[in-house]
Design a protein around this ligand. Structure first.
Ligand SMILES: CC(C)(COP(=O)(O)OP(=O)(O)OC[C@H]1O[C@@H](n2cnc3c(N)ncnc32)[C@H](O)[C@@H]1OP(=O)(O)O)[C@@H](O)C(=O)NCCC(=O)NCCSC(=O)C[C@H](O)C(=O)O
Ligand SMILES: [Mg+2]
Length: 285
């Protein structure tokens, strides 16, 4: 059973210092929002951003969008105060940047109590400690920080993300083993829909639940890429029907479109249809 079962196709970062963007998000088709107090906010705006964000969340209006607050690291001058303030705000989870080990999450839990936690996975150390981080009792999701990871690895940008693949793969494995959500990193060229689509499809194929985004123009591409397609839904329905028919006749394997269908394929087919229902429920009202 996943720790948190709901769509996270599109997870939009919004700088906590920008009232206009905070307001605009109330009407944007994103599954979740990360209200950012870290890298999107300049040092001289950090304290004011905390107040601005507290006001926006108090006002509400974010509907069914999952609300996550990214605080500054606990090793910075703002981190502890951010954590205390975030614990008192009306949000669903708190996201800690540059998590290196479960001890970092434990230090945050000491301040925020039993709040749900998310972890930015964005350092080489985090990649190597991914299984232990994913096992933390309060952790609901991992978010890939591919900019910081690329910086620490001293890689060059490549459309195929080859230099990041080991880290991405380790985090996907850890998240799946502990049944928590995993959200892919941002695509910086926010006007390049084509490139974004390629990266979303790659993340989806790896098993990511969705993509973090930096601009509203990226939402439609991510929502489409991480939703089951019509063809996938149709295949899922046909696989379930064929398998039930085969089972009724006392056999364990059906064939659809020339390929075998066993009970594990039916489990995947049911997950596909459940995901579509969850997306429809999110879009209602
Ligand atoms: C990238 C931007 C700086 C571009 O901003 P701007 O030039 O204002 O864009 P537009 O004029 O095209 O904006 C059009 C309208 O959309 C609103 N807007 C823009 N961005 C957002 C947003 N993220 N959420 C909600 N609304 C947004 C504008 O207010 C305009 O509204 P209106 O005037 O009413 O029409 C900007 O998009 C931006 O700041 N994006 C977020 C950047 C960010 O959050 N960065 C940090 C997260 S990424 C990260 O940290 C990576 C990770 O840690 C790693 O290591 O990889
Ligand atoms: Mg980062």
């Amino acid at each position: 059973m996943p720790k948190i079962a709901r769509p996270f196709r599109s997870v939009l970062y919004i700088p906590g210092s920008k009232p206009r963007a905070l307001d605009k998000a109330r009407g944007l088709p994103c599954d979740a929002i990360i209200f950012d107090l870290e890298d999107a906010v300049t040092p001289d705006e950090k304290v004011a951003a905390r107040e601005t964000l507290a006001g926006a969340l108090k006002e509400g209006g974010y509907g069914k969008r999952y609300r996550v607050i990214r605080i500054n690291g606990l090793d910075t001058e703002w981190g502890a105060d951010d954590a205390k303030a975030a614990a008192a705000m009306d949000a669903d989870a708190i996201l800690l940047p540059k998590v290196g080990s479960p001890a970092d999450l434990e230090a945050l839990a000491e301040i925020v109590g039993d709040k749900s936690l998310w972890a930015m996975m964005e350092t080489p150390g985090a990649m190597l400690n991914a299984p232990a981080i994913a096992a933390h009792r309060q952790l609901e999701a991992m978010v890939m920080g591919t900019n910081d990871l690329a910086k620490d690895l001293q890689t060059r940008f490549r459309p195929d993300r080859l230099p990041l693949m080991t880290g991405l793969g380790l985090c996907v494995l850890a998240a799946k083993a502990h049944q928590i959500a995993i959200i892919d990193g941002v695509y910086n060229a926010f006007k390049d829909d084509e490139g974004l689509k390629v990266e979303c499809d790659q993340g989806r194929d790896m098993g990511m639940d969705g993509k973090t985004l930096i601009h509203p123009a990226q939402l439609d591409v991510a929502n489409a890429a991480f939703s089951p397609s019509e063809a996938e839904a149709d295949l899922a329905r046909r696989q379930i029907a064929a398998f039930e028919e085969t089972e009724a006749s006392g056999q364990g394997v059906a064939v659809v479109d020339g390929k075998i269908v066993e009970n594990l394929h039916v489990a995947t087919a049911r997950e596909t249809l459940a995901k579509l229902e969850a997306i429809a429920a999110l879009n209602e009202g």
